[in-house]
Ligand binder design. Structure first.
Ligand SMILES: CC(C)(COP(=O)(O)OP(=O)(O)OC[C@H]1O[C@@H](n2cnc3c(N)ncnc32)[C@H](O)[C@@H]1OP(=O)(O)O)[C@@H](O)C(=O)NCCC(=O)NCCS
Length: 241
């Protein structure tokens, strides 16, 4: 099959491996021809996961749909090998729509986009690549102007992912049991009218204290940041203004 030219969105250099070899990379928009490489990266990352609860695999049919234009995906490549991938679904059907967790009405559900996949090869962890790829997709979505809400779900114990979503301005709006009865934060941001928080009076809570977090959410708080100290990982909550 003839390879379609894919848009390159960034080029640079990155250090790889224990010997910190400096290698050139590109980040480009993925197309349907990349499906096998994304699935292989997904298998590789899942095989390496110590905690399977962190990541729910994307079904091949959904990935195909996104790569065919139902969303946008980015991949980071060194030479021809894909080291990281991130996907966004532009329009989300009712069944999959995470905003149902927050009782959004039909008109609101129609304005939801979702992050559906985020993978970094263990060989290249620690460069904030998840944040880089998700950040590019977030900015491109805002420019596209077709969605109002950006959603995803994250395990409260997936430190890197909570770090990524909160740094992009997505707020924890619910703690729920999802998928295989796993704990999940439902996080989102309103791209048009961002929710303002009283961050001057923030409350910090251990990420493991889910009951206390649920109570704060019921009382009109949102989780907006994460930090780590000698006692463990904390989530910062502040009241909606
Ligand atoms: C989540 C993931 C994409 C992040 O990879 P990354 O972009 O290389 O991570 P970062 O460089 O942003 O790391 C951020 C922080 O998390 C830590 N971290 C990264 N991966 C980690 C892991 N697997 N376990 C524990 N800590 C991890 C880093 O040390 C870093 O800590 P710091 O901010 O205190 O320095 C990657 O770990 C991964 O592919 N995980 C499996 C799949 C997954 O969980 N996907 C997301 C589902 S929502």
């Amino acid at each position: 099959m003839k390879k379609v030219f894919s848009e390159v969105v960034e080029q640079g250099q990155i250090t790889v491996g224990p010997e910190e070899r400096l290698c050139p990379y590109i980040i480009r928009v993925l197309d349907p021809g990349d499906i096998e490489r994304v699935l292989q990266l997904q298998d590789h990352v899942i095989g390496d996961l110590t905690c399977k609860e962190y990541y729910v695999p994307i079904p091949e049919t959904e990935l195909r749909f996104i790569l065919a234009g139902g969303g946008e995906s980015l991949g980071l490549f060194i030479q021809d090998r894909m080291y990281a991938a991130c996907s966004l679904l532009f329009e989300v059907d009712y069944k999959q729509n995470m905003a149902r967790e927050l009782d959004f009405n039909d008109a609101e559900l129609a304005q939801v986009a979702q992050f559906e996949l985020s993978l970094v090869d263990p060989d290249l962890r620690g460069h904030k690549l998840q944040c880089k790829l998700a950040g590019i997709l977030d900015r491109r979505l805002a420019k596209r102007g077709t969605s109002r809400y950006l959603f995803t779900t994250v395990s409260p114990f997936n430190y890197a992912s909570v770090q990524t979503v909160t740094s992009l301005g997505l707020q924890i709006a619910k703690v729920a049991k999802m998928y295989f009865d796993w704990d999940r934060y439902v996080v989102y941001k309103d791209l048009i009218q961002p929710i303002q928080l009283d961050t001057a009076n923030a409350i910090s809570i251990a990420n493991t204290s889910l009951t206390r977090q649920k109570k704060l959410l019921r009382d009109g708080y949102r989780g907006f940041s994460q930090c780590r100290d000698e006692d463990g990982i904390k989530i910062l909550y502040a009241k909606m203004i």
